[in-house]
Design a protein. Sequence first.
Length: 455
Amino acid sequence: MAILRPFEKDQDKSSPNRNIAPITAALDSQERLSIGGCLLSSLAEKYGTPLYILDELTLRTSCREYKDALSKYYPGDSIPLYASKANSSLIISNIVASEGMGVDVVSEGELITALKGGVESSNIVFHGNNKSKSELIMAYKNDVIIVLDNQYDIDQLREIVPFGKRKAKLMLRFTPGIECHTHEYIKTGHIDSKFGFDPDELESIFLQFKDIEWGELIGLHAHIGSQIFEVQPHKDLADVMASALQTGRKLGHSLNALNLGGGLGIRYIASDDPPSISDWVEVIAAAVVKACRERSLDLPLLMCEPGRSIVGSAGLTLYKIGSRKEIPGIKTYLSVDGGMSDNPRPITYQSEYSACLVDKPLIRADEVVTIAGKHCESGDVLLKDFRLPRSNSGDVLGVFSTGAYNFSMSSNYNRIPKPAAIIVGNGESELIQKRELPEDLLRNDILPDRFIAKG
Ligand SMILES: Cc1ncc(COP(=O)(O)O)c(C=O)c1O
Ligand SMILES: N[C@@H](CCCC[NH3+])C(=O)O
């Protein structure tokens, strides 16, 4: 298999999700790798490692591609909502809002981050299969769109919304019964999923909502899964959703919005071949238009919720290589100063990544190594049987496409502090997340008085 070098000239710069590296990847005169005009080895020196890096231009380009493609291919109104579970922070909320996107949130933490980052509440959609009362109160008070996932949501909201006051804006999530090819853990559209109402329940929910005082059903939502390369499941989804829209409208609900969720995949390794953002939007827009026209339905406001394809390839992580263990005839381990606590995807989903030595990206890869993390877990491996040039302790390794579901899924396993994060662009770098210190990890520990030795 050809190795697609992440900084090759044939990068498809217009569609970041088809590139392994950020679109600003470049080499300096000594053939060392830079991103956003910043030399990666200098960033490692300045901020320490492990270090999450976010490339501003790649992130903005992805947002613009969604916005532009929706305007170009969908004749009705549309808005892409960034799925902030992929990576939630003030800076990302701020950037996606400035690009005219909304945000999808699933907790008070993600909601407050979106609001404080500058996202307008009318452009926020609140999800969750087990929302707490305080989450629902916060969502209602901030007038964000609440996605009803189950009867428990309905029962709680009925008590929360004060009688005679502003109605809650509601969407209804259902499981469309669509299978897609992705990891078992990140499929959500199949009938036995924990998310959303069963399609058979829809009619009775529509009837239940006919005369309620406290909420207005404004649309429908479904999401089939994540890291998907095929477009057929989303075409099928458009059809299933248009049919549900027709049922709901016949039963008297205006249902002006259709939210098709996220799911577009990105290229982690050379053999990954996702459609571009623009091609994906073209297909889903056409499918929604066709499905609505066939049923003589007015076009709804079209929403989608991309997470990974917005932020995945905008991010990379720098590590320092430390110890080397050679097991003759078996394998060579290179251990780095992070691992499953900053990137739990390989151990969770057997996900594969691409990487290089940032100061030697073009040197011939002459050994096969396993890049291990530093945690007390044999499965803590970031890259298996990966080709790299001979390295030394202290060399900086860059792992690409870590912008999505890395920081947001990070942990403090083994009481390892979380890495710092920076943003780069136009040759400048700025801190966006402070590095945790070991002392920070004691912040919430309590040693009750009776355990403290009395002097
Ligand atoms: C409801 C919902 N919307 C959007 C997303 C974002 O998906 P992705 O990051 O694959 O675009 C997810 C995650 O799978 C989700 O559960
Ligand atoms: N966390 C998953 C994606 C799940 C998306 C949320 N429904 C991943 O890392 O691939």
